[in-house]
Design a protein around this ligand. Sequence first.
Ligand code: TYD
Length: 238
Amino acid sequence: MTRRELLFDGNEKQVYATDDDKLVIFRFKDEITAYNNVKRAKLKDKGIITNAVSSLLFEYLKDRGVDTHFVERIGEREQLCRKICIIPLELIVRNRVAGTEAMRLGLPEGSEPASVILNLRYNNDTLGDPLINDTEACALGIATPADLKVVYSTGLRINTLLKDLFARAGIILADFKLEFGRASDGSIIVSDEISPDTSRLWDAQTLEKLDKDRFRLDLGDVADSYKKVYERLKAAVK
Ligand code: TYD
């Protein structure tokens, strides 16, 4: 597959056109950002690890019937994906309460809610990805009630599958973020990535953080923790 012009240059990823107008190439960079891009750094080979983790997880989901944009990993930093029309929503799926959600709800960091929490965010950097509810998403013309049903049910299904996989890897899937897009046939599919950059992952024994919180909170060993996640997942999918 030939890589053509750069379509999108994001903070941590680039998207390139290909010679097939239904397919794009995602390229994972070594940059890492947090707090709406206020905090930035470059970590050697981070893009290689996030591509490896995200490819493994999307393969795992594909094998279990979840429709995603992922086609195949085609290089250390690159994956071939279906071209989609972006839906500017983020679905946050939480098995444990952490970060600003813990403060917002007045709960201790790490507490386990009685059921899974789903938060919808409006994917808008200028506004800082604010929380949005269903009526707002529909009123802004971002999604229909039927679309949101698909978004929520897909999020829960993915959570069930990934929670189990991570548990076998000795990792608690505390939370993760999903993005969605509309495929050429109009169906809603999962897009973007799932990796330690877009989730909270805690060692099941020690509760050590193995995700981007290590960067947000200056805990060090960011890339090494990401590598640990990949090695454990690789062993768990076998
Ligand atoms: P978020 O809702 O932003 O913050 P908090 O949990 O502190 O209230 O984050 C929840 C999870 O989603 C966390 O693992 C980070 C991830 N996330 C992203 O990867 N990208 C994003 O743009 C957002 C908003 C969240």
